[in-house]
Write a protein that binds this ligand. Structure first.
Ligand SMILES: [Zn+2]
Length: 151
């Protein structure tokens, strides 16, 4: 193997260290205490994108199902317990259904928004993975501070 691979491309010093190693050496996590040296901060890995709230989806599905089932439940209760004729109960249920359209539409928008959030997160994760892979091949020169990628 060519030994020049192990030298800094800027100052030709062979005093180089891999960034992940330097980061590990200068980064301390002790419970809630999270400390990095200036050098560790400089060679820190790319920040992982934040996950979109996973519980959100289940929550919105439950609410949607509940809102859809509610008019039917009200209709059955009306027939069983209040003994109202269908002609009286049906328009009331229809009005109730119309009143529900607003919130349902809102829920749909929120769910679409969440879907978009998940898609954006996946795109960000892909970019992060590429950056992370190149970070693992990153070196820092301990003489001049040059940061470079060694393939
Ligand atoms: Zn150098």
């Amino acid at each position: 193997m060519d030994s020049s691979n192990y030298r800094c491309p800027r100052c030709n010093s062979d005093n180089i260290s891999s960034s992940p190693l330097v980061y590990k050496r200068g980064h301390i996590i002790n419970g809630a205490y999270d400390h990095s040296t200036d050098l560790a901060r400089e060679v820190a890995p790319p920040e992982k994108p934040q996950e979109p709230g996973a519980g959100c989806i289940a929550w919105f599905v439950y609410i949607s199902v509940f809102l859809c089932a509610l008019p039917i439940v009200v209709w059955i209760i009306g027939l069983l317990f209040f003994d109202k004729p269908l002609q009286e109960v049906v328009p009331a249920v229809l009005n109730f259904g119309q009143a529900l359209l607003g919130p349902l539409f809102l829920l749909l928008l929120v769910r679409l928004g969440h879907h978009r959030e998940v898609r954006k997160y996946n795109e960000k994760m892909q970019v992060w993975q590429e950056k992370y892979d190149s970070w693992t091949k990153q070196y820092i020169c301990m003489r001049c501070g040059n940061i470079f990628i060694r393939e």
